[in-house]
Ligand binder design. Structure first.
Ligand code: IPM
Ligand code: MN
Length: 395
């Protein structure tokens, strides 16, 4: 029997609601397989900050770093929970863990399951067919615009006082100026891009032609950081002659990704571009309720749905738990690979199968997929499928 130490961070708004379904899923896996999960639940986020004045209890970062095999996060962010410097309260939890645990790759699969319709123009339609959408975006996760330790320009009115800015002059720009540097390093780019080629080797290629293909998405016609990123991409591509590679500018890429998603297999990109492109990409997979992610490094992994805390739906029990259940699936797969654990890999496959069966049956779905079921009805139904599949697997 293998016991994994999991730290669970439910966070804000609908975060705790979807995490509750994740916990049911962990329970059923524990009951039906040799896996066990020793769980520590830590409160955090904007709502916690409003109550306590802290983003999470002292020692939480160290717990995530020193006493966890994997971390599962619900969502961070709450209206009105803003630090004096203007940043979101709770931001340190997610951005601090990404930087502090060196979670350099944000892995975001964009896959359209059979049976899922997309919502466009307020109608459920079937613009893309399921055999056309199956790519993985790897977003650089510790550098670029979102690095948590960046020396940004100071917020001018901290506590009502004019703050002192680190001096920075911009020719031709006058008056009040705010700025954020965007450092991109060779080493940071290299490890992310290399992981992209590794992923391409493990998959079956792009839906269109079965060709394993890595697409570098950047803005190297304008920014220096992207020029370095592109240069490193071209160098690394030479180490993988059997994998096709190409590059696209982010603006054109957003158009191609919607028009011809079947062309793409693996996409590697910088931090902010990956943030934006994956929200857009969620439309291809049926919405944010379907978008799962893994923040991974060499030693640590943090898994979370891409959707936020969704304040307007909080407390109603109506949001789609599948993005979170799929994030658990990514976590099991990652643990299985890291620890060479066949049971964790099998559990990951079973969760994937159960979700796919659930979506195909189209019986119980949440509102975002055109259904009327609640968060916990969908969770219960998927968990029941997992239970049955585990019995089959271990008998
Ligand atoms: C995401 C979120 C975060 C990000 C925010 C909350 C800092 O939008 O995970 O995509 O941009 O990285
Ligand atoms: Mn985002």
């Amino acid at each position: 029997m293998v016991t994994y130490r999991l730290t669970i961070l439910p966070g804000d708004g609908t975060g705790p609601e979807v995490i509750q379904e994740a916990e049911k899923l962990l329970d059923v896996i524990e009951a039906g397989s040799p896996l066990a999960f020793e769980r520590t639940v830590i409160p955090c986020g904007g709502q916690y900050w409003l109550k306590t004045g802290e983003e999470w209890p002292k020692g939480s970062f160290e717990h995530c770093r020193d006493e966890s095999d994997a971390i599962l996060l619900g969502a961070i962010g709450w209206p009105g929970a803003e630090l004096p410097n203007g940043d979101i309260a709770g931001g340190q939890v997610i951005l601090g863990l990404r930087s502090g645990l060196d979670l350099f790759a944000n892995v975001r699969p964009i896959k359209l399951y059979r049976g899922v319709r997309h919502k466009i123009h307020d109608k459920f339609t079937q613009v893309w067919s399921p055999d056309k959408v199956d790519m993985v975006v790897l977003r650089e996760n510790t550098e670029g615009l979102y690095h948590s330790l960046l020396r940004r320009s100071a917020n001018r009115l901290m506590n009502g006082k004019e703050a002192e800015d680190p001096v920075m002059e911009f020719d031709g720009i006058s008056g009040e100026v705010a700025w954020d540097p965007r450092p991109i390093s060779r080493a940071g780019s290299e490890r992310l891009i290399r992981l992209g080629f590794d992923y391409a080797q493990r998959r079956d290629g792009a839906p269109k032609d079965g060709v394993s293909r890595v697409t570098c998405v950047d803005k190297s016609n304008v920014t220096r950081g992207c020029q370095l990123f592109r240069r490193v991409f071209n160098e690394i591509a030479e180490d993988f002659p059997h994998i096709a590679h190409e590059a696209a500018f982010i603006d054109a890429f957003t158009m191609w990704m919607i028009r011809n998603p079947e062309w793409f297999d693996i996409v590697v990109t910088t931090n902010m571009f990956g943030d934006i492109a994956t929200d857009l990409g969620s439309v291809l997979q049926g919405g944010m309720g379907m978008a799962a992610s893994g923040n991974i490094g060499d030693e640590h992994g943090l898994f979370e749905p891409v959707h936020g805390s969704s304040p307007k739906h909080a407390g109603k029990g109506v949001v789609n738990p599948i993005a979170t259940l799929n994030s658990v699936q990514l976590m099991l797969e990652w643990l299985g690979m890291q620890c060479d654990d066949a049971d964790a890999l099998a559990a990951a496959e079973i969760v994937e199968q159960a979700i796919s069966d659930q979506l195909l049956s189209a019986e119980e779905l949440t509102y975002d997929l055109g259904g009327t079921a609640s968060t916990s009805q969908v969770g219960d139904s998927i968990v029941a499928r997992v239970r049955t599949l585990l019995v089959e697997h271990y008998s």
